[in-house]
Write a protein that binds this ligand. Sequence first.
Ligand code: 5GP
Ligand code: ZN
Length: 112
Amino acid sequence: MCDCLFCQIAEGEIPAGKLFEDELCCAFYDIDPQAPTHFLVIPKAHIGSVSQVDGKKEAVVGHIFTVIARLTRELGLESYRVVSNIGEQAGQSVLHLHFHVLGGRDMTWPPG
Ligand code: 5GP
Ligand code: ZN
């Protein structure tokens, strides 16, 4: 079994509140939501973070943004934030590429 938490969620070995899944990616609700709507979208194949994206992996990243646009439309979210933390200083705690999608409340800028 892979020891990466999000690989295990993608494979269905660890349960998560999945709202979407296809052959390339899956979306599931964050276990510790920071907004009324807070879900994560991840590639099924392991990529460490945005810093590991290259020409071979860029298609899945584009696909993930298509999925984000579709899911937020279906959820009726007109305004939302997409965030990906890269590295320890930025607050990345799970070393598998993921995009946070947060919405449903007023947000401030710059982020903390
Ligand atoms: P990061 O801190 O790496 O940017 O984001 C990781 C996110 O994964 C956090 O928001 C955290 O709450 C979420 N998370 C960590 N473990 C689990 C889990 O087992 N299930 C779900 N659904 N989310 C998790
Ligand atoms: Zn992984």
